[in-house]
Each structure stands twice: as C-alpha cells, then as structure tokens.
Write a protein that binds this ligand. Structure first.
Ligand code: BTN
Length: 268
C-alpha cells in the first residue's frame, strides 16, 4: 500500500462547491457495499445528492454479480442517491455521465488522459482504473430512485489490485507515479457530476452524448460484446439516444446493444 492522506468527509465538505451533491455524506471506514447502504437510505426517503463514502468495502459489488476489490486506504468507493425525473429508458445515461465526470475530474487533478469504455468503465492506457454501477427502482413510467456507485483505484499499488487476471487493471498512482489526493478528487467528481446531471435533468441528451463520444475509447473499435454466453462482434459505431451501443456486424447489418461486457479486438 502507498502512504496517502486519509479520506475525510470534513475536508470534502470544506472544499465542495456543489449546490446539492455531497452536501450530506455518510462516511464509513468499512462497509459491506456503499451501493447497498445508499439503496437502503433511498428506500427510507433520503433526498437526492446524499452520498455514501467508504474507505474500504468488504463486499463491493460490480456489474454482472462480480465483486469490486475495495482495499482500505487507497481507493474511492462512493454511491450517490439520485431521484431523476427522467424516463427509465434514459437511466443508462446516468452511468455515462458518471464516467465522463470521472474522466474530467481525473484529467483535471492529475493531467492523465483517461477514457470511458462503454458502458461503465474508465480506462487509462487501456487499463481499468474505475468501474460504475447503477442500481435503482422504477415504478411504472418513472424512476423512484437511482443509486450511482463508483469505485476508483486511486493510490493502489500492484498488491492492492484484484488478482483476477481477466481484468487488466491499474490505478492512478501506478499511471502517474505519484499519490493522488482522494479528497480533492472526490470534490472534483461531485462538481463535474452535478453539472452534467443538471444537463441530464434538462434533457440536454445531445450534449451528454457528445461529451461521452469525445471522451470515449470505444467508438471506432472492433469489439466483441459478451451478453451471458452470447458474443456479438463488429465495429462500435455510435450511441443511441438512450446510451445503447450501435454496432455494425460483419456484412453491414447494424444492431443496438443495451448491456454487455465489451472486449476490444484491435485498435483501428
Ligand atoms: C464494475 O466495474 O463492475 C462496477 C464496479 C462498481 C464498484 C462501486 S464501488 C462503490 C459502489 N459500491 C459497490 O458495492 N459497488 C460500487
């Protein structure tokens, strides 16, 4: 583990310039999962913008029932309660704006050049440094609440990364050779996310999609997308209005993928 300053809700609150995001922070040294806790709070009526932040997770949840390795003292494990007024079909855009917010904040705080990978990863030099997990409940045509959770490998050394060799992972520290202030990074992510979320609520979807496109490592790539045991191969062309991925199959037919695990086959 690399020595770095402790995660501090007080320092985050002191530096925050947001209107509502992160104004209440439930900080825990150790939790099972910040997403689980945020879901509980949302079900109990917590307002939009409430944050659950932890220094360590014992059962961090990833997409597709995977886990998120969440060792103490090095990462950011954070979940935010949202109450979007948008239709459930647009919920995936919350994942996309969170990815763009992390990319912008990391670039601003470190000078690194992260990219979003559809649908929920942030990569640096092709390696995963952050993952995003959207959970929530819809009732009829509206979203009752959404919880957006993200985990970032900030000051992890090699020994603090997941052992799963299937995941090509890295950390900001490993890419930069310098520790990164987790409090300052969290403050910047909250600010970027609040701004983009306002656009989302104003239904400025074109702006959101454009920002994602500009920060994407996925578009133009030859991809293999896994949905359970089914694989689809083709070229990732663009996003749909709802954040789905448009893929051109060999032979020219275009399909829309709404969820899946993307493997890059080669850079074009
Ligand atoms: C993925 O890449 O599969 C998504 C990982 C999401 C991990 C974060 S860490 C904070 C929040 N709480 C969780 O239990 N999971 C998310």
């Amino acid at each position: 583990m690399v020595a770095s300053s402790p995660l501090s809700p007080e320092k985050i609150k002191d530096g925050l310039t947001t209107k509502w995001l992160g104004r209440t922070i439930h900080f825990h040294h150790t939790v099972e999962s910040t997403n689980l806790l945020a879901i509980k709070l949302a079900q109990q009526g917590a307002p939009q913008g409430v944050v659950v932040l932890a220094d360590q997770q014992l059962s961090g949840r990833g997409r597709g029932r995977r886990s998120w390795h969440s060792p103490a003292g090095v990462g950011i494990y954070c979940s935010i309660v949202l109450r979007p007024k948008t239709a459930p079909e647009k919920a995936q855009l919350i994942t996309l704006i969170t990815g763009v917010s992390i990319v912008k904040a990391v670039a601003l705080r470190t000078g690194l050049s992260p990219r979003v990978k559809w649908p929920n990863d942030v990569l640096i030099n092709g390696k995963k440094v952050a993952g995003i997990l959207l959970e929530g409940r819809a009732s009829g045509a509206r979203l009752e609440y959404s919880v957006i959770g993200f985990g970032i490998n900030v000051n992890n050394g090699l020994a603090d990364l997941p052992e799963d060799i299937g995941v090509n992972a890295s950390s900001l520290f490993m890419e930069l050779n310098k520790t990164v202030d987790r409090n300052a990074l969290a403050i910047e992510i909250f600010l970027q996310l609040e701004r983009l979320y306002h656009r989302f609520q104003r239904e400025d979807f074109a702006v959101i999609l454009d920002q994602w496109r500009r920060n994407s490592s996925t578009l133009g790539q030859r991809v293999r997308i896994w949905q359970k045991d089914k694989a689809t191969e083709g070229i990732a062309l663009d996003l749909t209005e709802g954040g789905g991925l448009i893929v051109r199959l060999e032979g020219g037919k275009q399909v829309i993928i709404h969820a899946g695990d993307v493997e890059y086959l080669r850079v074009l």
